[in-house]
Design a protein around this ligand. Structure first.
Ligand SMILES: [Zn+2]
Length: 275
């Protein structure tokens, strides 16, 4: 699988669309194939658009990753450390980082295990694109960078560039492919590459405020929390060993990325506030 690039007749933005950063998420690849078919017919107006496959080996095996999560590898430590043994994902991140450095904006397309309403992750620089994403993208989360370093969008933000990660919905959901296709086309229109009507849609804007990291090797959730579930003040979220963990009592919060955990030091959930 090769990088596919389109060049416009005029100078303009250089935009990268990533897919398959997690190898078991086929939605991004299918959405990209559809967009490429469109661009082959319609051409682009300006700049450069590159479609770049992420974790090649994991995609081949339909696994999320080979050794570790590629979407945490874009840190100085992983990109420039001089360890004698590199993981496959460290090697791949060292190939992909120069691509990100060459582009002005990144749109990274993912899908999820669970059935989830589409949502985006970004920082303030991505606001123009975010406000013009299709109405199916219900929520946006800002500020996750302070808790997770080394994602592709984190790397773009560290260079003061636009970086957006889109979660399109469940891996096998046909609707998720359409969401991805539509969202990529909106992104390309916002970046000036294609002429397409873009409209603003209302959505829930949230800021990540806290992450809960487990203290014991047994963290269970009280129930399953779909992404962006509003929590009641003081609600019992889960139990870490013997200790009950509650939602904040002083403000309204939402929960994202919640998982039961079987090791101390794992990320059990993130709390966010609507902004
Ligand atoms: Zn993913």
């Amino acid at each position: 699988m090769k990088i596919r690039r389109f060049f416009g007749p005029k100078t303009g933005n250089k935009s990268a669309i990533f897919f398959g950063v997690h190898g078991n998420e086929p939605v991004g690849r299918e959405a990209v194939e559809r967009v490429i078919a469109t661009l082959e017919k319609e051409k682009i107006l300006s700049g450069v658009v590159s479609f770049i496959p992420g974790n090649l080996r994991a995609m081949h095996h339909n696994k999320k990753q080979i050794d570790e999560n590629l979407n945490r590898m874009f840190t100085n430590e992983h990109l420039f450390g001089n360890s004698s043994v590199l993981s496959y994902e460290e090697i791949r991140a060292r190939e992909l980082a120069p691509e990100l450095m060459l582009h002005d904006a990144l749109f990274d397309v993912h899908s999820t295990d669970e059935d989830t309403d589409p949502f985006a992750l970004t920082d303030r620089k991505g606001n123009f694109v975010i406000s013009h994403l299709p109405a199916s993208v219900k929520s946006v989360l800002y500020g996750i960078d302070q808790f997770h370093s080394g994602s592709t969008d984190w790397f773009m933000h560290s260079m003061n560039k636009i970086g957006i990660c889109l979660e399109c919905g469940q891996h096998k959901d046909e609707k998720a492919v359409s969401v991805g296709e539509d969202a990529i086309l909106s992104f390309l229109a916002c970046m000036g590459h294609i002429d397409r009507r873009i409209e603003s849609s209302p959505r829930v804007h949230c800021e990540a405020v806290n992450i809960y990291t487990t203290k014991t090797d047994k963290f269970t959730l009280t129930k399953t929390y779909p992404e962006f579930t509003p929590l009641k003040k003081g609600e019992h979220i889960g139990t870490d060993g013997e200790e009950k963990i509650f939602a904040p009592r002083t403000y309204d919060s939402l929960i994202v990325f919640s998982n039961p955990c079987e090791k101390a030091g794992e990320e059990a959930f993130v709390l966010a506030r609507e902004i």
